[in-house]
Design a binder for this molecule. Sequence first.
Ligand SMILES: *Cc1c(COP(=O)(O)O)cnc(C)c1O
Length: 362
Amino acid sequence: MSRSCCWNFSPGPAVLPEPVLRRAQAALWDLDGSGVGVLEHSHRGPEFMAVFARAEALVRELAAVPDDYDVLFMTGGASSQFFLVPMNFLGGGTADYACTGVWSQKAIAEARRFGTIHVACTSEPAGFTHIPAAADTAWSAAPTYAHFTSNNTIYGTQWRSEPELPADVPLICDASSDIFSRPIDVRRYALIYAGAQKNLGPSGVTLVIVKKDLVARGARDLPTMLSYRTFADHGSMYNTPPTFGIYVIAEVLAWVKELGGLAAMGARNAAKAKLLYDELDRSPLFSGVVRADSRSHMNVTFRSTSPDLDAAFCAEAAALGLLGLAGHRSVGGMRASLYNAMEPAGVAALVEFMREFAARRA
Ligand SMILES: *Cc1c(COP(=O)(O)O)cnc(C)c1O
């Protein structure tokens, strides 16, 4: 099977835009006519410094990141942010967490090593199939910070907007699976982090957008590489940064800008998701897993009427080049990940096959 007849619905690492991959392919051999490939350039040389500056400038431009925020490129994935955030900022205090899935649970478990964690809301009793309502959420009086997971990759739920908290509570977000998929008001956050491998680029690089005054308040007795201050003070270049990942992020963001920026991306993603959810709502065979008001535009979870039929659907879909559709092992069924780089035509191809399959098997 060749790539040109496949659509990749993988949850992550995930599909990247074709023009980006073609440019990266050329840059592996020769970056911008420099005679040296992107993997081989010194991170302190002018060629890579230009790449780095472009990546940061595009993050700032696309998300309108204010000047009193740092843009950091780190490593260790979102999973390292789970402990870095409390290690730097909790200081034995109390932090509030919204628990909306396995990634939230992992963030909570790490944070408990560094202080008291108050779980302000949880959708666990309902199998994480919705985002808790404000009425079912109890934030504590003055938490050191509050943390939520904007998109729950495994279950297919997504916050429509930020949780409502007093403005002086620093809001921290794991946005790994929906960063830059729609407009974001950075001012509402103290820190946003995202592993790159869903919406931004390859695995191995983590984007962090953090308010400078939060960095300044961070713990001072930490190992060098575990302190946000190190990354902020050295422009993410205290040590060798993940150069290739940063290069790909720059190319992905240039592509997002070409398509019209985050507003255009949000409209495109909403239209893609609607195509699939509309099919789930009218299908005689398939149905959505999560509550309608919590549906994710990034990861659409659905199932047929039995695990055997789900397996048959995934196998037949894969044979047609519709790849990566099996649901997470803890949820079962199917999951179609519709990240920024998934073309509307891919979703249309999936919907067409769902109809054809349902006509035969419902
Ligand atoms: C994938 C994912 C993670 C884990 O990211 P790593 O980079 O593998 O550590 C954390 N949070 C969310 C929301 C994710 O989707």
